[in-house]
Design a protein around this ligand. Structure first.
Ligand code: PMP
Length: 289
């Protein structure tokens, strides 16, 4: 199916692209009130679907949103939507909105959450970004304070990240590093971050105020399996400046080398050997599971 003929799932029914619509009174639109997941399809399988759904349910619980179906039912429906669209490799956007309600904030007056599944081909970053690495800039916008809106909630309110993304794009970078309220490195606007220094792999801990990325966890497991020393420890921007290697992870981005930050080379300014090793291990993993 071409992208114009995609079948979009809304609450158990499929719609053509032009008929896939939700209310302008949906609080997902009015307030960013809702949660979502972004997942990859590799060789016909949704990578770590169970983990994505568990995170979706946790995000929903955190905002007191009841997803109107069982996790088993949604598992089946995600897989069915992939089949319906004839995809063996692609991307899935799974969204649960608060639903339509009066114009006020009150989420409890929205009684009909909308479950939406879009499965499509993915537009990748240009291949050169993977082979040559990308450039980063440190954003002045800090990541949401966890006590304001926890970055662990994958909510429809992405403005914090978008503010940093604008800074990145204005500086000619497709990703930007976000620091937390303590000045420590948190994550990028849509990706987790890893450093390698003297053979040790380090990534910020969850309590630095980050999304617990599913790709992040997969890469940590692969590193342990490969006998690489791994740490989840606070880091500063200085640690990126003096790292040997840096890479980012995300369902959409996968494992992508970062070779510059704030106009300074990271290491020798080329993707490093540990990054390449983990990228290769990741490629193997996604096509076998
Ligand atoms: N951090 C943020 C802010 C993100 O939006 C994403 C991608 N959804 C990630 C990290 C990476 O998470 P995952 O590996 O689960 O896609």
């Amino acid at each position: 199916l071409g992208f114009m003929n995609r079948k979009i799932y809304i609450n158990g029914q499929y719609f053509d692209r032009e008929n896939a619509k939700i209310s302008v009174f949906d609080h997902g639109l009015l307030y960013g009130d809702g949660v979502f997941e972004g997942m990859r399809i590799y060789s016909g399988n949704v990578f770590r679907l169970q983990q994505h759904l568990e995170r979706l349910w946790e995000s929903a619980r955190a905002i007191a949103l009841t997803i109107p179906m069982s996790i088993e039912q949604l598992t089946d429906d995600v897989n069915a939507t992939v089949k319906e669209n004839g995809l063996t490799d692609g991307y899935i956007r799974l969204i649960v909105t608060r639903g339509a309600g009066p114009l006020g904030l009150d989420p409890f007056r929205c009684v009909d959450p909308q479950v939406i599944i879009i499965a499509d081909k993915i537009t990748l970053y240009p291949e050169s970004h993977y082979t040559e690495g990308l450039k980063l800039v440190t954003a002045s916008t800090i990541r949401n304070h966890p006590a304001a809106l926890s970055p662990r909630i994958k909510s429809l309110n992405y403005l914090n990240n978008i503010m940093a993304k604008i800074e990145g794009l204005n500086a000619g970078c497709i990703e930007a590093v976000m620091l937390n309220h303590k000045g420590e490195v948190a994550e990028c606007t849509g990706d987790n971050i890893f450093l390698i220094k003297n053979g040790v792999l380090t990534t910020p801990p969850i309590d630095a105020g980050i999304l617990e990325g599913i790709t992040r966890n997969a890469v940590l497991e692969l590193a342990v399996a490969a006998g690489i020393e791994t740490r989840q420890a606070p880091m500063t921007r200085h640690d990126i400046y003096v790292a040997d290697e840096c890479f980012l992870t995300g369902s959409a981005a996968e494992v992508i080398p970062a070779v510059q930050i704030d106009n300074r080379n990271i290491g020798d300014g080329k993707p490093g050997p540990v990054t390449l090793q983990l990228n290769e291990a990741f490629r193997k993993l996604v096509h076998q599971s």
